[in-house]
Design a protein around this ligand. Structure first.
Ligand SMILES: [Ca+2]
Ligand SMILES: [Ca+2]
Length: 192
């Protein structure tokens, strides 16, 4: 009896180790910034996948929002959600344009997970979402208005880090984020 239990435990552990070992190198080396949603869907989010010898094409990349995150975000009508997918190109890249809004910071949303990125069906990494529409409604039209600009002003003017204002995911808030914010703000971006 004890031998059988031990055997079962061994089999489970072996399977677990195999699953761990099965995490592709491309996941570990992946460059996965937070998604950027913009009401007019004109700001790309680029993921890059490399293997030990360079870019890897033909990988099926899936972006899946948790139910909590999906409900906290704003989605323009016509925007596919909660699952987006694409295949890496010759540069090992996929590019997503999301028409919507809302900041999804994993650390502060219930459950602690906003978005899971998978590679060929294997979960790779958890990320969040940022948006120039930082003060968002949860139904369209998603809009960048004066209120969003006011919210951005202090972090941008003082280079104060905040997850929601770091639009390029470089773990700092500064000029590059201001440049990304300026276009949707100046055009009062809204859903198409
Ligand atoms: Ca807004
Ligand atoms: Ca930044």
């Amino acid at each position: 009896m004890i031998r059988k239990v031990l055997l079962a435990v061994c089999l489970v552990l072996t399977a677990f180790e195999a699953a761990r070992a099965g995490i592709p190198t491309e996941c570990e080396l992946a460059i996965l910034p937070n998604l950027i949603a913009s009401p007019n869907g004109t700001i790309p989010t680029t993921f890059t996948f490399h293997g030990p010898s360079g870019p890897v094409s033909g990988l099926i990349i899936e972006v899946r929002y948790t139910a909590v995150a999906e409900n906290l975000a704003c989605w323009c009508s016509g925007q596919v959600h909660p699952v987006l997918s694409d295949t890496t190109d010759a540069a090992g890249q996929v590019r997503f344009f999301i028409s919507g809004g809302g900041c999804l910071e994993p650390a502060v949303i219930p459950g602690g997970v906003a978005v899971v990125v998978s590679l060929n069906g294997i979960p790779c990494r958890e990320i969040g979402q940022v948006s120039p529409d930082v003060l968002n409604s949860t139904s369209p039209p998603c809009q960048v208005t004066l209120g969003d600009a006011v919210s951005y002003t202090h972090p941008l003017a003082t280079a104060t880090y905040g997850f929601c204002y770091d639009l390029n995911s470089d773990l700092a808030v500064g000029l590059t984020d201001a440049v990304i914010f300026t276009t949707p703000a100046s055009r009062a971006a809204t859903c198409p």
